[in-house]
Design a protein around this ligand. Structure first.
Ligand code: THU
Length: 125
């Protein structure tokens, strides 16, 4: 996963921040979805690598997500932003989140530890 996340990072479109991020998502069925950040001149429209990968999986109808691995451009570990954590929580509250640094080291976390109080909308049917 680490290698694939680093490969995915090469596809980033980040002319504004020059901070490329790659993500790889694995589903329970064993399918793999990659993503990289896509920036926009209107900065707020930027799509993060994790969300790009999650949207691919959801559009493929593959909703049972097991783990996501992230590779950023810092020497140190790149962690998912808050918005991406909330999008992960929508589809996979028990997702494993793997973060890497530039030396090939990694850390494993549970989404629940990174976002312990997830926003949930309980609509009455
Ligand atoms: N970025 C991601 O792709 N994922 C994150 O979780 C945090 C930030 C991207 C967005 C932007 O293109 C660049 O990193 C710098 O913020």
């Amino acid at each position: 996963m680490i290698e694939i996340a680093h490969q995915a990072r090469e596809k980033a479109y980040c002319p504004y921040s020059h901070f490329a991020v790659g993500a790889v998502l694995v589903s329970r069925a064993g399918h793999i979805y990659t993503g990289a950040n896509v920036e926009n001149a209107s900065y707020g429209l930027t799509v993060c690598a994790e969300r790009a990968a999650i949207i691919k999986a959801v559009n493929a109808g593959d909703l049972e997500l097991e783990a996501i691995c992230l590779a950023g451009s810092d020497k140190g570990y790149t962690y998912p932003c808050g918005a991406c954590l909330q999008v992960m929580a929508e589809f996979a509250p028990h997702l494993k989140v793997i973060v890497t640094d530039s030396s090939g080291n990694y850390r494993e976390h549970q989404l629940k530890d990174l976002l312990p109080f997830q926003f949930q909308l309980d609509l009455e049917e």
